[in-house]
Design a protein around this ligand. Sequence first.
Ligand code: PLP
Length: 326
Amino acid sequence: MTVPQPLPLVCLPTPLHPLPNLSQDFGLDLWIKRDDLTGFAFGGNKGRKLEYIMADVLASGATAVVTCGSAQSNFVRQVAGACARLGLRFAAAVMVLPYPDGDPRPPGPTETKGGNLLLNSLFGAEIHLFPDGGWSELDHASSEVVRKLEAQGERVYQIPLGGSSPLGAYAFYLAGKEVAEQAAPFDFVVTASSSGSTHTGLAAFFRGSGTKVIGISCDPEPDITEDLSHLSEGLAKITGDSKMEPNEFWFDLDSVGPGYGFASDSGTQALSIMALREAILLDPVYSAKAFDGLIRLAKNGTLGGRVLFWHTGGTPTLFAESRSVP
Ligand SMILES: Cc1ncc(COP(=O)(O)O)c(C=O)c1O
C-alpha cells in the first residue's frame, strides 16, 4: 500500500513530560504524552491519523467527506476541522447513545448539546443526529448520508469510525517512533483504546521491544482484539512487518464501567485525581477510563518503573450539555 505524503495538520512532536506528583503518589516514574495538545481543532489523538487520511481524501479527488460516530465524537469534531481547513464539504451521522437499561442517571457526557457538537457547528459541519441508535443503525444512517450527498453531485469519501484504517494505525506507529526519539525507553505505555488504531499502531511499533503497550478498553467488547489483529494486517502492508495475532494485544476490559460513552465512577475519580494533582484535564469517557486503568494496575503491582500515560484528548466533552433530542 502506498502511503500519501501527510498533510501538516498537527504540531509534532507533542509534548512529553513527567508527572511528579502522581509519580510520588503511585511509586512510579510516570510520564504523560500530550496528544491533547496537538494544536489542531482542540487537540486529540485523531489529528495524527487525519494527516494521512485527509491526504488520501485529497488524492482521491473527493469533494465531500462523510463519517459517523457518537453525538460527542472527538473524531467527528477533528474531521470537521480538517475539512474546514481543506475547504471540503463535511457531513456526519451521529447517534445518541441509549442509556444502559434501567440506568437512572440524568443525561451525561454523551449528550447532544455543547461540547464537540458546538465545535462541529463552528467548523461548518452538517450533522445528522439519530436518536437512540445502535452501531448497525449508525452504519446504515451513514450510508444514507453518503447517498444524499452523491445525489447532490458530490464525490464522497467515507472515513471509517474513529479513523481506524491502516493509515490511521500507521500514524500511531510513527507516534511510537516519536516517543522513542523523545525519551529513554518506557517499561509500559498506557492508552485508551476504542476503534483500535491508536492501540494497534503503538503496539506494532513497540512489538518485540522492552516496552509493553496496554490498551484500556472504552467498549465492553472482548472481541475487539480480532479487529486490532485485522487492522495490524493492513498496517503490516505499510511497514513490512507481520500481522499481530489477537493474543499479542494487552487489552484491559476492567475500566469500561457502565458501557461505551458513559462515564464510570472510578473514571470520574481518576479524572479528579489528574486535575487535582497535576492540573491536567482528561475527558470522561476515554482518557479518564484509561487513567483509571493505570491507577488500578499501579495499585495491584502490575505496573512499575517508567510508565507513559498517553493522553488522547477528548476534553471538549467536559463541556457537553444535557439531552435535548426531540
Ligand atoms: C479522546 C479519545 N481517546 C481515545 C480514543 C480511542 O482511540 P481509537 O479509536 O484509536 O481506539 C478516542 C476515540 O474516539 C478518543 O476520542
